[in-house]
Write a protein of this length. Structure first.
Length: 71
């Protein structure tokens, strides 16, 4: 599944918040565990920074979901 997420009032959204907002995980704790376990890719690279700042143009992959960040 490919989806777009628009950043409206800020320059960025953190990776763990993105997973929560899009309901890809149930809780913030689960988001942090999934990220720490290397289950998330940002721009094709495994990302383990829970609070990685995502900006327009970034692409996040989590299981079968791809999220493109747009402004």
């Amino acid at each position: 599944m490919i989806t777009e997420f628009e950043i409206k009032s800020q320059d960025y959204i953190t990776l763990n918040n993105l997973l929560k907002v899009l309901h890809l995980v149930g809780t913030g704790g689960e988001a942090n565990i999934r990220i720490s376990n290397g289950e998330v890719r940002v721009n094709g690279e495994v990302e383990t920074q829970k609070r990685k700042k995502l900006r327009a143009g970034d692409k996040v992959e989590f299981h079968k979901t791809i999220v493109r960040i747009i402004a």
